[in-house]
Structure formats: structure tokens, C-alpha cells
Design a protein around this ligand. Structure first.
Ligand SMILES: Cc1cc2nc3c(=O)[nH]c(=O)nc-3n(C[C@H](O)[C@H](O)[C@H](O)COP(=O)(O)O)c2cc1C
Length: 202
């Protein structure tokens, strides 16, 4: 499947690709059942702010709703350097020059399905910006890992957001610091206009 650029955004060459798992998850030391995964909530916030095409990476063999069972499967996959199959692979990312890669942090790195995704695409000449949700590990090893798994790409600054705080995080995603990580031309025209006015009028 090849994504079609969003209508009216011919200048947009940004792909936001993310994996997120709903179900039982870590929540301030306990557990909470999430109807929508934290990373998906963050991905939607970002795609409201910038011109991009969105691709939600789905596992061909979905991860369990149980937190502990997912932890076990992930450890096995990491130990085996596995490439879990993607149900909806993209034929190519050739249309894009910027790729935002979103995922939770699992055992201090991105889930192995993100490696399946990066292995399947040619990142030569692209800018890659990781964004993650996490409990304690921040970006973990994602910046280093994507530098290896996306040969030829420029790895830009990443955006880590604590999973439990994603819903309250809209202001931070929209903050100047977060915006400065987002190349200017990726922003939606309305956002660009608002920013210009803010810059002019303080
Ligand atoms: C299998 C598994 C492993 C995890 N390992 C870590 C970890 O090493 N470090 C961390 O900060 N958070 C870890 N977490 C917490 C998630 O990164 C965090 O809850 C994230 O927001 C979940 O995003 P999602 O709802 O989009 O899947 C782990 C969660 C799961 C399910």
C-alpha cells in the first residue's frame, strides 16, 4: 500500500508513521486499561499541528492486551532480534523527505516492529524524527537505533513524552521548544500564520 498525499497539501512531504498498543499498560507504578494507546493520542496531536500523511503500523500478530504477556513477548523478540510482521506494510516512503517515527518505549528501545518498518524502507536522504511515549526511559536508545536502522537518513531531535501525561501534554507539544523541532514547512498553514503573528506581535 502506498499512502496518497493528503488533498491540498502538495507541499507536504512528511510521513508520520507510528505503532501504539491499546490495552493494559503501565500507569504511575500500577496498571490501566487504555482504550487508545498513549502514542496514538500523541500522534493525533502532532498530526493536528503539521501537514503530514499518517500511517498506523499494525502488527500482523497483534500484541496481547495483557501488559505482562506483552513484556514477555517483547523480551523474546528483542533477544532474537526478531522482525514481527506488519499487517499493513507501505510499499515505499519515496514520496516523503521527512519521516516522524512514533512508538512506545519497550525495554528501553522501540518495539521490534519498528525495526521491521525501518528495514522495509529506504531512508536515504530523509530526515527522521523519533517521537516516543514512555514511563521512565525517555527516548531510550531510539536515536541511536534509528541511526543504525535508517542508513543514509539524518536523525533529527526526538520528542519524548511521558505516557501517563500525554493527555495533559498538548501545550508542550505546541510549545515553542517542541515546534522548533518541527521543520517550518511541516506545519499546517493556520499554525504557520498563528506563529508568524505571535513572532510579530509577541
Ligand atoms: C512491553 C512493555 C515494555 C515497556 N518497557 C518500558 C521501558 O523500558 N521504559 C519505559 O520508560 N517504559 C516502558 N513501558 C511503558 C510504555 O513505554 C508506556 O506506557 C507507553 O506510553 C505506552 O505507549 P502505547 O500506549 O502507545 O503503547 C513499557 C510498556 C510495555 C507494554
Amino acid at each position: 500500500m502506498t499512502p496518497t498525499p493528503t488533498e491540498g497539501t502538495t507541499a507536504s512531504r512528511t510521513l508520520l508513521a507510528f505503532y501504539s498498543r491499546p490495552g493494559e499498560n503501565y500507569y504511575y507504578g500500577g496498571r490501566k486499561d487504555l482504550q487508545v494507546g498513549n502514542t496514538e493520542v500523541l500522534a493525533r496531536m502532532i498530526s493536528e499541528l503539521i501537514d503530514c500523511d499518517e500511517h498506523r503500523i499494525e502488527a500482523a500478530d497483534p500484541y496481547p492486551a495483557s501488559y505482562d504477556a506483552t513484556v514477555r513477548r517483547n523480551v523474546e523478540e528483542q533477544d532474537a532480534d526478531a522482525r514481527p510482521a506488519i499487517a499493513n506494510p507501505l510499499a515505499s516512503i519515496e514520496l516523503y523527505d521527512v519521516v516522524l517515527l512514533g512508538s512506545p518505549i519497550w525495554n528501553v528501545r522501540a518495539p521490534m516492529i519498528m525495526s521491521t518498518f525501518t528495514d522495509s524502507c529506504d531512508f536515504t536522504g530523509k530526515s527522521v524524527h523519533p517521537f516516543v511515549t514512555y514511563a521512565v526511559s525517555g527516548l531510550g536508545s531510539t536515536v541511536r537505533d534509528y541511526a543504525t536502522s535508517c542508513p543514509g537518513a539524518r536523525i533529527g531531535e526526538g520528542l519524548p513524552v511521558r505516557g501517563e501525561e500525554v493527555p495533559q501534554h498538548r501545550a508542550d507539544v505546541e510549545s515553542p521548544a517542541a515546534r522548533s523541532r518541527t521543520p517550518h514547512r511541516m506545519r499546517k498553514p493556520a499554525t504557520r500564520r498563528a506563529l508568524r503573528e505571535k513572532e510579530q506581535h509577541g
